[in-house]
Every structure is written in structure tokens, then in C-alpha cells.
Design a protein around this ligand. Structure first.
Ligand code: ZN
Length: 361
């Protein structure tokens, strides 16, 4: 497929429960945009919420928000890049000039300026504009968002940077983990695994990963967990209190978005500990008074949305290029874009030990 044909294959949200691969026009670029030929993308848990109709997007929208690709075309105002350059862009595309950006909140762009009332801050790809599960994607505000991929790194090595790694690391960063801290990470899906890796890089020296899937607990150890707690075998709160000699953890990272994991995260905190929440919750979330020590525990609850922007992406790729972390084990399955419906089915049903799928147009 080339630009001359003017159409491309793209994954489109049809209605709750149904996505389809359709022919769509190749996007035009505005003066501040870039057109990227997607070479690898992936499917996120959030895309599954879209598929199921649990997170609303417009019918006909191209979904996906994790691009690795090559610059096909640059808008008239975009300088500092070349066509043909390999790049990634974050799942969340800050403009670079909004109030939120200038306040240092690169994920929260949309709440303060241009994108209306839709939740999820500045998340645009596959949410408010066409996304990345296609042959081409238009990247808005290209000069704030395009990050060149260092020579020698493969698509799969950087595929977690746009969302999963940025989000997981943010969970560790927002908690202000200190050298020598004890950290529990509730759920070891792709984001929880990156939070585990982030906790280690931040200097935590006792890391406890909680999950019930044996393969995930195994990878948790490779990502830096010192203890892998299977919540089907033991009560995770009791077990974490046992591991910490009753002291509790300095930081608990919640990486699932359920009442139960939120509550357990609170219950394992030391007095003055920090609950760092990454999960996306639905329905009501309640804070039990006993777990919250009736408000007298000096605890902190912090939340993080995936930080975006080219500088964030450069830092994350630098972690990989510098050999500090290898996230390739998270890519467990590979699909052609043509087979994306099948890829969704496998990923949504968590069959065959899937963590993340690489999708190649
Ligand atoms: Zn995502």
C-alpha cells in the first residue's frame, strides 16, 4: 500500500462488541502534524474496554494508541525531523503549549484546553482522533510528540514505551520511591510488570509482586520482584504483612483498577505510606475507614495517567538502549494487521499466556 492509492487498512470501532478492519482514507497532515507509516503497534487493555463498549468512542473511529513507525510526511511547520526517520509517539499527545503542559502535566493536556470534557486527559489517539492500529496515523503537534528511535533498537524493543512503560514507570515515579524502600505491586499485567521494573530502577530493594497467573509471577521476578505472591494461594495482605514483619510497605502500587486491589493496597501501607494508583476504575470506588485509619494514617494516595511527549519517550527509550531494562519478554504474540480481530480475541480473553501482542501492518 502506498500513499498514491489514498486508502489504507485500519481497525475501526463499529459498535460495542464489534471492531473491523476497513479501508479508510490515508490522513492529510495539517501544518503542525506528521504522517507516520506504522511499522508496529499493539493492543491495550483500554482498547478492550472500547471494544466491549465500556469506554465510549465514536463509531467509525480508528482505535489504538501505541505507535512505532517511520515518518512518511511532515507538515509545513514541522522542523527538526526527516521523512524516513524511525519514530515513536506517546499514547498521550500533549500539545506542548496548553496550560496543562506549561504546568508540567503532560498527560492532562485535554482537561485544560482543547478537547472538551472527555475523561482521560490528553489521550487523543484512538480516543478523540484516529488511532494507530492502521497502516498510517496522523500525529498531532508533531514537534512535541515525535521521538526518534535510537539506532539499533528494534520495533518490539520500544513497543512498550508509548503507553505501558510510561504508565507503569509513572506509578513508581509518582510514589517518590526512595532507595531501600519496600514496594508492593498489585497485579502483574503489562503495566504492573512495568511498575515493578520502575520500582526497582527507582531504588526499591524489596519488591512484592501480586497476581495469580503463574507465568506473570515468573516474569515479575525477571522484572525485579523479590517476592511473587499468588493471591489464589495466600491472602496477599497477610502475606505482605508477614514479609515486612508487620511493618507494611512504603509504597503500594495498584495496577488493575478494582475495589479489592485498591483496598488491599491501602491495607498493606505503613503509616505514612503512599498508595500509587494506576488502575482505571469503573463504578464506585470506596475508601474503607479502617483501611484508611479513619484519615489519621498520614497516608498519601496519588494517581498517574501515562505521561506523553517526545522527552518522556526519549528517556524511556534511553532506559532500553542503556541496557537497564528489557521489555521484549512482554511481547508474547505476533499478528499481521489483517488478523487484528483474531488478535483482539486472544488478548481480550487472555488466552495462551498472552501479555502483549505485536501487530504489524
Ligand atoms: Zn493503553
Amino acid at each position: 500500500m502506498n500513499v498514491m492509492t489514498k486508502t489504507m487498512k485500519a481497525t475501526v470501532f463499529i459498535e460495542p462488541g464489534r471492531i473491523a478492519l476497513e479501508d479508510k482514507p490515508i490522513p492529510d497532515v495539517g501544518p503542525n502534524d506528521a504522517l507516520i507509516r506504522v511499522t508496529t503497534t499493539t493492543i491495550c487493555g483500554t482498547d478492550v474496554h472500547i471494544l466491549k463498549g465500556e469506554y465510549p468512542v465514536e463509531k467509525g473511529l480508528i482505535i489504538g494508541h501505541e505507535p512505532v513507525g517511520v515518518i512518511e510526511k511532515l507538515g509545513a511547520n514541522v522542523t527538526g525531523y526527516e521523512e524516513g526517520q524511525r519514530v515513536i509517539a506517546g499514547a498521550i499527545c500533549p500539545s506542548g503549549y496548553s496550560n496543562a503542559c506549561l504546568d508540567g502535566l503532560y498527560a492532562q493536556d485535554g482537561q485544560s484546553c482543547r478537547h472538551g470534557l472527555k475523561p482521560m486527559g490528553g489521550w487523543r489517539f484512538g480516543n478523540t482522533i484516529d488511532g494507530t492500529q492502521a497502516e498510517y496515523v496522523r500525529v498531532p503537534d508533531a514537534m512535541a510528540n515525535l521521538a526518534p528511535v535510537p539506532d539499533g533498537l528494534t520495533d518490539e524493543q520500544v513497543l512498550m514505551c508509548p503507553d505501558i512503560m510510561s504508565t507503569g514507570f509513572a506509578g513508581a515515579e509518582s510514589a517518590n520511591i526512595k532507595i531501600g524502600d519496600t514496594v508492593a505491586v498489585f497485579a502483574q499485567g503489562p503495566i504492573g510488570l512495568c511498575a515493578t521494573a520502575g520500582a526497582k530502577l527507582k531504588g526499591a530493594t524489596t519488591i512484592i509482586g501480586v497476581d495469580a497467573v503463574p507465568e506473570r509471577l515468573e516474569i515479575a521476578k525477571r522484572m525485579g520482584a523479590d517476592h511473587a505472591v499468588d493471591f489464589n494461594k495466600v491472602d496477599p495482605v497477610d502475606e505482605i504483612m508477614r514479609i515486612t514483619d508487620g511493618r507494611g510497605v512504603d509504597v503500594a502500587i495498584e495496577a488493575l483498577g478494582l475495589q479489592q486491589t485498591f483496598e488491599s493496597s491501602l491495607r498493606v501501607l505503613k503509616p505514612g505510606g503512599t498508595l500509587s494508583s494506576l488502575g482505571v476504575y469503573s463504578g464506585d470506588l470506596t475508601v474503607p475507614l479502617d483501611a484508611f485509619h479513619a484519615g489519621l494514617g498520614d497516608n498519601k494516595i496519588v494517581t498517574s495517567l501515562c505521561p506523553g511527549g517526545k522527552e518522556r519517550m526519549r528517556r524511556l527509550m534511553n532506559v532500553i538502549a542503556g541496557g537497564r531494562l528489557d521489555l521484549e519478554p512482554l511481547v508474547t504474540h505476533r499478528f499481521k494487521l489483517d488478523d487484528i480481530v483474531e488478535a483482539y480475541d486472544l488478548f481480550a480473553n487472555q488466552r495462551d499466556g498472552v501479555l502483549k501482542v505485536a501487530v504489524t501492518p
